[in-house]
Each structure stands twice: as C-alpha cells, then as structure tokens.
Design a protein around this ligand. Structure first.
Ligand code: TAP
Length: 482
C-alpha cells in the first residue's frame, strides 16, 4: 500500500519551493484512498530545472477497472442518490479548501508545469475555486438547467498538461454537480496537482469513489475512455488524440465532449486603441508560454498600422522576463517538456525555411530546463505552416489585411474554430465581425478572459460540446446533447 498520510505539507516560507513538501513517490487515488498501482511508474520532472520531482504510479487496465468500479459503486450507492443541495455542500467545501490551500496549489502547479507563479496564483487557482463555487450553485437547481436533472453515471475524463488544475475543475465540478462520479487522468507531465486535489477531496470528506485519479500515459487514458462501464467521455487535448477517441467510442452509447486545438486570429483594425491592443496581443500569445488552446497565435493587423503596431509590440516584448517560474516577476516560464520544446523549435525552423522573418528580443535563457524566447514571425503568408498549424508555444505569426472582409476571410481560413479576438473602437464592427467569425469564443478589445458562467468550446477541428456556464451542464445530464 502507498503511504496514506498527506503527500504535501505546509512549510513556513510562502511563495517559495518550501511551501510544498513533494513526496518521493505517489500512488493512485481510488475509492477515497491513495493505493499502489499494479503497473509500472514514471517520473515527473520540473521543466525549469529538469530535476526529478517524484515517481508516480502508472495505472494499468486493472487499476482503471478498479477506479471505474469504485466510481460506479459511489454513483449507485451515494452520490447519484444524494439530493442536489447535499452535493452542493461538498462542492462548496472543496471550493473553500482550494482557496485556503491556494498558495500550496499555485506553487506546486508552477513547479510541475513550469508556468509563472503570478499566473498560477492569480489566474489558475482563483479560477479553479470559482468553477467549484459556480457549479455548487447549480447542484440544487438542475431542474432549471434545461437539460433535466438526471446524471449520466460514470464520467471518464482525460486532461492535458497546460492548465492541469484548471482543466480538472472544468471537468470535475460540473460532473459532480450533476450527480455523476468521475475517474480522471491527468497528463503524464503534470500529475502532482491532481493528486493534491485528491487529498483535498479527502479533507472535504467527499464519499469514497466519487472522485478517482488515475495517473499514467496515453495508454491509461485509452483504457479509461474505452472502458465499457464509462457513460461519458470528456477529453481536452490534441485534435489527433481527440479524433482517435471519437473513433473508439463510435457505435457505443457513450456521450462525448472534445475540447481540442486552435489557431486563433487576433484581428487588429486601424482604429484600435494601440497600446491596449499590444497588451492584448502579448497576453494572447505569451500567457502560459503560449501553451493555450485558444491562444491568439495569428496576429492579423490592418496594413496601415502594421509598422507602428509591430514597433510597439517589439518594444513591449523586450520587457518580458523569461525564467524561474517561482519568481513573482517572471512573465514567461518554462516550456512544459523537452518534447514540446522540440515541436516549437521544429515549427519555428520551418517558419525560417518557408521564408518568414523571425524576431525575438535579446534574452538570456537559463542553461538547464526547457526554454523558448518570445518570438514573432513577420512576412507570413496563409500557406505557411506556421500560419496553419498549432505551435502551442510563445510564437506569434503576423499577417496583414486591408479590408474587414479580408480579415474575416483570413481569420476563418483554418481547420480550427475555437477562439478569436477583435480590436476596434467601432461597436458595430465588433458585432458584425464577431458574427462572421467561425469561432466558439470571440473576445472584443480583450483576450483570454474566462469566467465560470461563460460556455467555452469549438467548431470544426477544435472539437464539440461546451464546458462552462449553464451549457456545461448539458454534457453531464441525460437531457443534454453530448
Ligand atoms: P494530447 O497529447 O492529446 O494529450 C491530452 C491527454 O490525453 C493527456 O492526458 C494524454 O496523456 C492523453 N492521451 C494521449 N493519448 C491518448 C489516447 N490514445 N487515449 C486517451 N488519452 C490519451 O495533448 P497534449 O499534448 O497533452 O495537449 C496539447 C493539446 O491540447 C493542444 O493541441 C491544445 O490545443 C489542446 N488543448 C485544448 C484545450 C481546449 S479547451 N480546447 C485546452 C487545453 C489544451 P499523456 O499526458 O500521457 O500524453
């Protein structure tokens, strides 16, 4: 048996590595307990230093079976029968503990993922708590959701490494509010905060089996989504894996939600407030190292202001600090893995080879760990791979346009359809352009704004189904669409 004592301990020094005590090894969280897996284990490392943080169990088929069984039992015996107002109390309790342990969660997230502490502390963790508060509020009001109030049963949820805790909250909070139980697999490179969340479930006295966490690689995820006793599959990740999952569940009666990739256009018109737009562009592509499915990775700027805007953008980029994720002044942290760094380098090199012009401010990168400087490419045409493919890193492709119609045409010229941004002083133009953009979310004079009350999701190869808001309940109730 794995050690069942708290895997993390508070330490005196706030906002430092000492705030969390990371154990040498972790088991799986099944039926309310940390248990050894039957399979192998893998190492999770700090992307900023490459040091091994912990050895984590890799759940095999037998472990996934045990987790699904525990979830099924909890659904039929406790959670699925519990009145919504009682479920709400647990969700509120979890939300409050997340707030209380916010620093611990933020530090651990930054250590395991590489993201800057000011983002994990001020964006990720507050949003995680907000999602649990929001869906706690729905638990006793499901009859007003428009999708009925009958849960599906057991949800198998698979999440990526870019927002480990936030994606967990997007998945677990609505599922539980609706009366489902869950088995969640975090990404292989970022398992630690999901395991700390498991401990929070214990602390909140959540009935055993309502939340189960199975760590592991893609094969663990595959075993989970293909499990015959899973009623609902919720996946966030790459379009390639999403497609494989859609095929594997075809012909079953499982409901499926897929949140996949993106290649968002951030469109700046000549009447836009330029300084504000520059901040929005920086936030759109450099937030979370650009590891963001809805990142504004294609800047479409109106030709008449392109020179001035790029000039200001470069000056702003030169102020960005790349480095230690735990330093409060860091703007851009570590790239999450060697593999992801390889992908970013490869696509950027392809950008060079295709004739685009690469620019990065001078910045010294740490010698250990995985790093990539904030980068922009000008002279990009729509045919270039850096304008078509998701780079998922701090790399911006800049294209220009002359007319609004051309901007819309270029923005929609992508197999993806997750998000877009529009910068203009004209309200009528915002409404017109937003209507023409084929994207699940369109931000106007802002970017990367999230709120638990707003639905989020894509069109085309960005997936289907919505998470967040009232619409997010549809995926977890019998009366919803998917
Ligand atoms: P993926 O490689 O697709 O991995 C996502 C998750 O699926 C991971 O937990 C992964 O495990 C698991 N997985 C891999 N193969 C699987 C299989 N055959 N069956 C079931 N699960 C499997 O994506 P990623 O590299 O982690 O994340 C980056 C991608 O996610 C980007 O394309 C990005 O756009 C997208 N993303 C989308 C959104 C939304 S909301 N649309 C949000 C965040 C990220 P391992 O960790 O072991 O590989």
């Amino acid at each position: 048996m794995a050690d069942n004592s708290s895997p993390f301990e508070y330490a005196a020094a706030p906002e430092s590595r000492g705030i969390v005590d990371i154990k040498a090894s972790y088991g799986l969280f099944i039926n309310g307990e940390f248990v050894d897996g039957h399979g192998k284990s893998f190492k999770t490392i700090s992307p900023a230093t490459e040091e091994v943080l912990a050895e984590v169990a890799e759940a095999d088929q037998a472990d996934v079976d045990a987790a699904v069984k525990a979830a099924r039992r909890a659904h039929s015996r406790t959670w699925g029968r519990m009145p919504g107002r009682e479920r709400a109390k647990y969700l509120y309790r979890i939300a409050r503990i997340i707030q209380e342990r916010g620093r611990e969660l933020a530090v651990l997230e930054s250590i395991d993922n590489g993201k800057p502490i000011k983002e994990s502390r001020d964006v990720d963790v507050p949003q995680v708590a907000a999602n649990f508060f929001y869906y706690a509020g729905w638990a006793d009001k499901l009859e007003y959701s428009g999708y009925g109030s009958t849960p599906l049963g057991v949800a198998g949820q698979v999440i990526p490494w870019n927002f480990p805790l936030l994606m967990l909250s997007w998945k677990i909070a609505p599922a539980l509010a609706c009366g489902n139980t869950v088995v969640l697999k975090p990404a292989e490179t970022t398992p630690l905060t999901a395991l700390l969340f498991a401990e929070i479930c214990q602390q909140a006295d959540l009935p055993p089996g309502v939340v189960n966490i199975v760590t592991g690689a893609g094969t663990t995820g595959q075993a989970l989504v293909e499990h015959p006793d899973v009623d609902k599959v919720a996946f966030t990740g790459s379009t390639g894996v999403g497609r494989a999952i859609a095929k594997s569940v075809a012909g079953t009666d499982k409901k499926v939600t897929l949140e996949l990739g993106g290649k968002a256009a951030n469109i700046v018109f000549d009447d836009a407030p330029i300084d504000q737009a520059v901040e929005g562009i920086v936030n759109g592509i450099f937030f979370n190292q650009g590891h963001v499915c809805c990142a504004g990775s294609r800047l479409l700027v109106q030709e008449s202001i392109a020179e001035e805007l790029l000039d200001r953008l470069k000056r702003r980029m030169a102020t960005l600090r790349v480095g230690d994720p735990l330093d409060k002044n860091t703007d851009i942290g570590a790239i999450n893995s060697a593999e992801q760094l390889g992908r970013i380098r490869e696509l950027s090199d392809i950008g060079d080879a295709e004739g685009a012009e690469r620019w990065s401010p001078e910045c010294e990168l740490p010698s250990n760990g995985f790093w990539f400087p904030p980068t922009l490419f000008t002279g990009v045409s729509q045919a270039h791979r850096i304008a078509r493919e998701e780079i998922f890193g701090p790399v911006l492709s800049v294209l220009t346009f002359r007319t609004p119609a051309e901007a819309v045409e270029k923005a929609n010229n992508t197999p993806y359809g997750l998000s877009a941004g529009v910068w203009t002083e004209k309200g009528s133009r915002i409404l017109k352009v937003a209507n023409q953009l084929r994207a699940g979310v369109v931000w106007a004079n802002t970017f990367n704004k999230f709120d638990p009350t707003s639905p989020f999701g894509g069109y085309k190869e960005s997936g289907y189904g919505r998470e967040g808001g009232r619409h997010g309940l549809a995926s977890y109730l019998k009366g919803g669409d998917n």
